[in-house]
Structure formats: C-alpha cells, structure tokens
Design a protein around this ligand. Structure first.
Ligand SMILES: [Zn+2]
Ligand SMILES: [Zn+2]
Length: 786
C-alpha cells in the first residue's frame, strides 16, 4: 500500500527484504474494532466507583461475558495478548470480595514476577478497605507470613508454594480455606508436560482440602491461544463443564507480519547465515528508522551477544542510538525490571532485547515492532510475543528463522501455523510416578477415603493399594465405608520430596562450584546423557561445563563455561515392550501404543564447535546403563514394504535386499523427522521425546521405529502422536521433501540430540519410506482382513 511506504518506519526494511528474497512471507492482521459494552449495573458499587476512578467507562464484550460466566461455574479465557484478560477474573473476584467480607481468593502464577505485576494491578483499583492482596512465595519474609495468613484476602502465589508450603500446612491456612471463593489460574497454557501433570494434581489436592473446610471455589483460568483450551482446563482442575470465553472484543492494531529467513551460505550442506547476525542487522535498521522494538531470544547468552552486535552496528553512524539499546533478562531485581519497563514505556529506549522474561503478560504497553529470533517452540508463544507490536494502531511483527528443522519448516509453511492454533497443551495427571507422589502428599494432608474419588479420580484406590504394597501408605481399618489410607511413615513431609518441574523424584542435583549455588536438578534417567563429565550444560540460557558427575551422591558439579564448543552424547539405546495398550492398522503399517522400558548406556561424547558445528573430538566415558519405563508409540514395517523404500540408485533390481546401511539410514532419518515435527501436534520440546529405529526388533521381528516419551512414566505426548500419526507422517515427509539440502542437514533429518551422532542417515530413503506410507493411506481402502 502506498500509504504504508510513506509512513511506516519499517517500510524501507521490508523493501530491502523483498528485493533480496530474505523476506519469505508477508501477511496482514487487523485492524479489528473494539466491541464495547456498558459497565454492568449490578457490579458492586465499590467496584464501579473504582473503575470510574481509573477512567474505565466501558468493558470489552469478552470481559462482560467472563463476568457473567464466572457466576455459573469454571471458565477459561483465551483472548489475545493485551486484550485485558486479567479484568476477566479481577472483576468477578473483586465483586465477590466486596459483597462477602470474609471471602478469600487465591491467584496462581507460574513466576514470581507475574505475581508481582498482578499485585500491582489489584492495588491500582484502590479498594484498600475491601481488598487486601499479598504475595506469598519463597521471598516472603518469615515475619510477614502469619499476618498474610490471617488478613490477606487475595493471596498471590505459585503452584510450587501451594504444593509444598500451603496445602501441607492447611491448618495454619484455615481462614483461607474455609472462605475460599475464587481460584485464579492465569497463563494456564504454561502448565503442560511434566509441570502441568504435577499442577493438575496440586489443583485436585487444593479442591479436596477446600472441600474439607466446606468450600467449593470457582476456578477462573486464562490461557494463550491453543488448540484445546477446554481440555486443558478440565485436565488441570478435574472439573467438568468449563465455559470457554474466546470471542475477543478488544481492538486489534493493523499488524504487518514478516517471516524472515537468513540467506543460505551453502545450499548442499544446508547452512545459512546465523539468525543472530541477521537479527542484529534488522534491529539496527529499525532503530535508525525510528521504530521502538522489542526482540525475543531463547538464550541469555544470545541476548547479550545480540545487544552487543546491535550497539556496535549503531555506534559508528548513530552513537546516541547505541545508548538506547538494552538487554533485559530474568534475574533482575523487581526495581531494575520496573526501571527498565518505565524507560521502555516512556520511549527512552529504542530497542530492548530479552529472553521470554517479558513474554508472559507483563505490562509494558505496546511497541512499534516485535522481532522474534528463532522459533520459540510453540505458535502460542510466537503469537504472544508478536502481540507486543502495535503502538498507535499499527505494528510490525517479525520472525527470524534459525536453521533448526522446525524453524525451516515454519518458514516454508507459515500459513499452516498462523491460520489455526495447531498445538494442544498436553498433560497427564495420572502419569503413575507423578500421580502416586501426589497421592502420598494428599494422604499426608488428610486420610484418603471413599469420598476422595470426586477429587482424585476413580482409580485412586488402585494406586493407593500399590503404594500400600510398597509400604508408603498404610490401610487404617474402619467400617467398609470409613476405611482409609494414611502415610506409612508418620512424621514424613512428602511434598518436600516432590519437585513440580521433574517427572521423577529420583534426580541429580546440579551445583555450580564457582558459587556453591544449587542451579537445579535433572531427572536421574537423563543425568548420564546431560551432565556426564565434560558435558556442556545449558541452564536458563547460560552455559556450564560439568567438572564431575558423582553417581553415588547423585550430583553434578559444574562451572560457568565460555568456550566455543558444545557436546553431544553418544549412547546405545534399547527398548523393551512391556505392555500393549492400543493398536491400529494405518498407512500400511501396524501402529501400537503402550508401555516400554528404555535402557540407555552413554558411551562417549563428541565436542562440536559452536560456530560451524564441526566435530572437534570424541571422548570415551564409562557409565553404567540406566533404564526407565515410559509410554511409546511404535510402528512395524513389513520387510517387503521397506524394500520399496529404496532410493533411485538401488532400484535396478527391486527384489535384491536393500543394503543394510541404506535401510538403517532410512529408518533413522524417518524417526528424526517425526520427532522434529511432533511439537507441532503436542506442545513439547524435541528434548522431551526420544526415539529408536532398528532393522530388526526382537519382539516385533520386523523393522520397527519407536518414539517414546522422554519422561519416566510418560506425560501423554506419544498418546497424542499415536492418535494423530497420519499428520505426523505427512509433516515429516514435507519437512524432508522440501529441504533443499543434498543429503540431510540440521534443517531436516539431523538431530542435535541424536545418540548415534546422526549416523547413519539416508534422506532419500526416508523420503521414499514416508511417501510409501502416505500413498498406502491415500489408496482406496482394501477389504479389511477378517
Ligand atoms: Zn536438509
Ligand atoms: Zn538418532
């Protein structure tokens, strides 16, 4: 549009991108007009007065719908970024607190920073007589705690604190539980995977304890746009008939969307100019052309490097602008964060470069441009980040692709991603290890009895019996109906042994020897592969080198690392099918889902240069095998089926056996491609998934590919993949088919976490194999065998 060219500070940049082909896709969003409604007259007069003081004369239509829905039962709101979602739960909550003096509300936030923001937002209503919010988390001073328990009527906390601090001490919180009217779960899409499976149990324990004190709070949830908001809300809370509020009544700016792919530097190898260098150029240009920009990156180190590159670029031509570029990371104090946010809002900063610390809901107002560097893992996050662009009704949202498979796939099919929410937030509160850990916590909070089926699900007693056999629970006799289970070891504190961020209590501590600080922990099943001696370990975007892995004391000693390499473990994996749970014939193969036992032996690790991924050397390790049980899907290929998967070169005599290396390479590359695209179906990281392919599996007797959940017990990822296997094959085939490389690259079949160091891989073979499966699916259905 001509007007566009004249007025927008990003027009020149887009013109340049169009010219040299780096701008691979453009789209427009919005503008959308606001749907405003009158303030409801039946809202409590104090709340109405507060809104008047704040200058709010109307509501958006979805806020009014939420207000109505909240009187009827649980609900989840999934409108866009900056659509005023918090009003959707704040208004009903404030109304209730003003109406009923003793009523209490509990707000759950995944991070402390978000809880602080919400406390500020609540304070802004100025309802100091009626509303007394307080943050209760690990930073709350001891001396303030009992006062909060007594007098705060909105407690803002996180699920970890609820799990380990509040529920086990419910007697001290009797005031809260006996008056608990509302539970708010903001940013609910964060509760997926392992974390979500835990939080699903914590919320059930919360409902159970509330019921013991005679209350049944309403649950008000919000989430980013995902494929399955109702399912997420129901799985998290265990409640049914959740209402969905998704018709956004807030105005949306006119937003130009730009997908930017760094140019190829070597077509055959599939290497591209780095996304970081590309982003630096974009940011400097936007700064010079007058746009206020926010840029998102995954790693803290990336944030530092990118800030430096942009400043350098600007230093020569516009030294005054170089001063207005700042990095922003997690780990700042609230004061530092606030100061930076203020500079941003006031326009004293031209560009801020951040990890996702700013992604979740924090109020910094809107900016001209939002630049996202490399795929953040889910379209939901990408959209949230893009939602920052749109100051004064217009904005630019850019995505700069990296070389990873998912990035390049996205670049080729942006419309697939942008037109529909593709990912579902997956969690499984009944994943056995997680469920049983929380059942123990629940027993500690109060004896388990028949009535608990309502909160803990119909199968709780079977799990309780298993725990009784293990000596963890004890059956306390009573009449048939009053029989109950109590902890096997009185005086224990089971919640302290359960981390909500890990699938198994069996974990290794990771300790920074330079500071003595405990960085975190890793599941025991992954420790050998991730924190073996010499491993480069990433934690919150920082690199550490593992100095020692102490198997006896279960800890890894690490030190900050600044070198130019990363490591990749080489391991040998076996899978054993333990129990078949489901099976179907599809695409000409037998597809199964069930429990497997995965045994891993880490044999060595390879060091690779960061700059070009070149292998530096390989170092042998001596580690015992580890095993864990989990869920998996696997599919068996008939021998003759794989024969047809040969590539052109071998096709002269189709009856001759396929060279073993080609067969193995085709299976292996297929497995990698499927794992690479699985996050498009189930919100997860490729690091959450493992795979194994073999030309002969002793239990199936045929060539078989396994894809398994990387967490002990499994959290539902492969169950979803089993149900949507056809999509998985289709996406994997497109990923490989469309990659311009000659014989496999990091953007298609190579995997950064392959235990075989990406050997052997046969791109053409995988392509033929997947093509054959999909052709079998497309062929008219044959008569089903009887
Ligand atoms: Zn490729
Ligand atoms: Zn592999």
């Amino acid at each position: 549009m001509a007007i566009d060219r004249i007025t927008e500070p990003w027009s020149a940049l887009l013109d340049a991108g169009r010219e040299d082909g780096r701008l691979v896709r453009e789209a427009n969003e919005g503008p959308g007009r606001a749907k405003l409604v009158e303030l409801p007259a039946d809202l409590h007069p104090d709340v109405l007065a507060a809104l008047a003081r704040m200058g709010i004369e109307h509501l958006y239509s979805h806020q009014q719908q939420a207000l109505q829905a909240a009187t009827a039962g649980p609900m989840i709101v999934t409108t866009g970024t900056a659509s005023g979602k918090s009003m959707c739960f704040n208004l009903p909550t404030l109304h209730i607190l003003c109406e009923q003096a003793p009523a209490r509300a509990l707000y759950l936030y995944p991070t402390k920073a978000l809880a602080q923001d919400q406390a500020r937002a609540l304070a802004a209503f100025g309802l100091t007589k009626r509303v007394r919010p307080a943050i209760y988390d690990g930073d709350t001073p001891r001396e303030a705690r009992s006062q909060i328990r007594k007098s705060a009527n909105v407690v803002l906390t996180n699920p970890d604190m609820l799990h380990v601090g509040i529920l086990p001490n419910h007697a001290a919180w009797a005031e809260l539980f006996s008056n608990l009217a509302v539970v708010v779960v903001d940013e609910a899409h964060v509760y997926r995977g392992v974390f979500g499976s835990h939080v699903g149990n914590v919320l059930r324990r919360l409902r159970r304890i509330a019921a013991a004190y005679g209350t049944e709070p309403i649950f008000l949830l919000t989430s980013a746009t995902i494929a399955n908001p109702l399912e997420l809300a129901e799985r998290l809370t265990g409640l049914e008939d959740v209402q969905l509020i998704d018709a956004d009544g807030s105005p949306t700016p006119r937003r130009r969307i730009a997908v930017w792919n760094p140019p190829l530097t070597d077509e055959a190898l599939g290497t591209r100019r780095s996304a970081l260098g590309e982003a630096a150029e974009l940011l400097a240009r936007l700064a010079r052309d007058g746009a206020r920009t926010i840029c998102f990156m995954k790693s803290r180190k990336g944030v530092e490097v990118l800030s430096r590159l942009v400043k350098q670029d600007l230093q020569e031509s516009h030294p005054e602008l170089a001063e207005q570029v700042e990095p922003y990371r997690a780990g700042y104090t609230p004061q530092q964060r606030h100061a930076l946010e203020q500079r941003l809002v006031r326009g004293e900063l031209r560009a801020v470069i951040t990890t996702d610390a700013l992604e979740l809901g924090i109020d910094i107002g809107e900016l001209d441009a939002a630049v996202v560097v490399t795929f953040p893992g889910t379209v939901a996050s990408l959209r949230q980040m893009w939602g920052r662009a749109g100051r004064r009704g217009r904005g630019l949202a850019v995505y700069v692709a990296g070389e990873d498979a998912l990035d390049q796939f996205f670049c080729r099919h942006p419309e697939d991603f942008l037109e529909r929410p593709v990912e579902a937030a997956i969690l499984d509160h009944e994943s056995p290890l997680i469920y049983r850990a929380h059942l123990l916590c629940a027993a500690h909070e109060g004896p388990l009895s028949r009535d608990d089926g309502e909160f803990l699900g119909p199968r709780w007693e079977a799990h309780a019996e298993a725990l009784q056999s293990a000596g963890e629970l004890r059956r306390r006799p009573g009449t048939i109906l009053r029989e109950s289970y109590v902890p096997g070891r009185p005086g224990g504190y089971p919640a302290a042994e359960v981390s909500l961020r890990s699938a198994s209590p069996d974990s290794f501590a990771i300790v920074d020897v330079s500071s003595g600080e405990l960085l975190g922990s890793t599941e025991a099943s992954r420790a050998h592969a991730t924190v073996h001696e010499g491993a480069i370990y990433m934690h919150q975007g920082r690199s550490y080198e593992v100095r020692d892995l102490d198997l006896e004391r279960k800890r890894a000693l690490v030190a900050p690392f600044d070198g130019d390499w990363y490591t990749q473990p080489k391991s040998e994996t076996d899978t054993e099918i333990v129990r078949l749970l489901d099976r179907r014939e599809t695409l000409g193969v037998t597809l199964s889902f069930g429990e497997v036992s995965v045994t891993d032996t880490v044999l060595a690790y390879q060091r690779r240069r960061l700059s070009d991924h070149a292998a530096v050397d390989i170092v042998a390790l001596e580690l015992p095998p580890t095993s864990f049980s989990t869920q998996a899907l696997w599919f068996e290929l008939p021998d003759h089926g794989v024969l047809a998967a040969r590539d052109g070169e071998d096709a002269r005599d189709s009856s001759a056996p396929l060279p073993l290396q080609t067969l193995l390479g085709a299976l292996h590359a297929t497995e990698h491609a499927q794992i690479a695209v699985l996050p498009l179906i189930a919100m997860c990281d490729r690091w959450d998934i493992g795979g194994l392919s073999t030309n002969f599996h002793p239990q199936t007797g045929t060539p078989t590919i396994f894809i398994y959940d990387g967490h002990p017990g499994g959290i539902g990822i492969t169950r979803t993949a089993f149900a949507r296997f056809e999509e998985l094959c289709e996406d994997a085939r497109r990923l490989i088919n469309e990659c311009p490389c000659a014989s496999g690259c990091p953007s298609c079949v190579q995997s950064p976490k392959c235990g075989n160091l990406n050997e052997p891989l046969h791109k053409a073979g995988a392509c033929a194999l997947l093509g054959q499966l999909l052709a079998a699916g497309a062929a008219p259905a044959l008569a089903a065998p009887l």
